[in-house]
Design a protein around this ligand. Structure first.
Ligand SMILES: Cc1ncc(C[n+]2csc(CCOP(=O)(O)OP(=O)(O)O)c2C)c(N)n1
Ligand code: SF4
Length: 297
């Protein structure tokens, strides 16, 4: 290292081992929060102690969907809205894998909403990380199921009049074992939460609020990525164990962040094995029980 001469050319980015250098530069706009969220995820991977050969990441389509291509894990960039069913197949065909779904709010809750509900209901053993930037970034800023009442979008030129989803409440009501929300401002808490999510079993959900300065903020005259970070800083309150019914978001309103749910439920595979062992006795061989060590050696 030659730091004395202020020459940092030889300094290795500490997260480079977790990223695919050959895929850089990335496609994200200046001030976009997706990269910040991915930095937190890379830190969580580095610190979690899992064998990364047994961790896989699955994304749908969208700006957030590009994450799968930039992270140095076995990664899959699937079709729009289908990250969860793809990840379910991956987990069930190789239960030793720790499978992470990383995608946008449009991908996971519009076209992919049905898959989200059922995977959570079944307690499929997946960590789902949703970047919520309130919009369909990649396709030009159409209204999303998370867009709050009020702001304009390309498909809502006079302001959005549709009610939006409260994502932690949906995840909680459908039975997720872990539910948290952070913003791109809360990098330490987010990285810790992602690490907890990686190490827990069952259907785990983390919402990450991120600025989309190019489409959402510019269209609504909210400034750039830094202005949105200031908004997150000033309007967020940490409230662990908050009632998820009460964490609804509104346009530039207060934001409740924290770990809202942390509970135990048998995963889909555990339930199937228990049920069929009881029903069929010795003629049934439980399937995938070493998936219990969940990405550890
Ligand atoms: C079946 C199908 N329908 C629609 C599209 C177009 N499409 C691609 S990305 C996207 C929206 C992505 O929004 P979001 O998931 O919020 O991700 P962001 O780009 O904001 O990160 C849409 C509608 C598609 N690729 N495939
Ligand atoms: S369009 Fe929005 S979400 Fe997509 S990379 Fe740019 S800032 Fe990020």
């Amino acid at each position: 290292m030659t730091q004395d001469n202020n020459n940092y050319a030889d300094v290795k980015n500490p997260l480079m081992d977790v990223l695919r250098h050959d895929r850089m530069p990335h496609i994200w706009c200046p001030g976009c929060g997706i990269g910040t969220s991915l930095n937190c995820f890379a830190r969580a991977l580095e610190g979690c102690g899992l064998n990364l050969d047994k961790v896989a990441i699955v994304s749908g389509i969208g700006c957030t969907g590009r994450t799968a291509g930039y992270i140095n894990l076995d990664s899959f960039h699937t079709t729009h809205g289908r990250a969860i069913p793809f990840a379910t197949g991956l987990k069930l065909s190789n239960p030793e894998l720790n499978v992470v779904v990383y995608s946008g709010d449009g991908d996971l809750f519009a076209i992919g909403g049905n898959h989200f509900f059922h995977a959570a209901r079944r307690n499929m053993d997946l960590l789902v990380i949703c970047v919520n930037n309130y919009t369909y970034g990649m396709t030009g800023g159409q209204v999303a199921p998370t867009t709050p009442l009020g702001p304009t979008q390309t498909t809502m030129p006079y302001g959005n009049f549709e009610n939006s989803f409260n994502l932690p409440f949906i995840a909680d009501a459908c039975g997720a074992t872990y539910v948290a929300r952070w913003t791109a401002y809360h990098v330490k808490q987010l990285a810790k939460s992602m690490q907890e999510g990686l190490l827990k079993k069952g259907f785990r959900f983390i919402e990450v609020m991120c600025p989309c300065p190019t489409l959402y903020s510019r269209r609504n005259k909210l400034g750039d990525g830094v202005d949105q970070m200031l908004y997150y800083k000033e309007k967020s309150t940490i409230k662990n164990e908050a009632n998820t019914k009460e964490v609804e978001l509104s346009y530039q309103g207060d934001i409740i962040v924290g770990k809202f749910v942390d509970r135990e439920r048998p995963t889909w595979l555990d339930s199937m094995n228990n049920h069929l062992s009881k029903a069929l006795g010795d003629s049934f061989s439980p399937y995938g029980t070493n998936g219990g060590n969940h990405g550890q050696d």
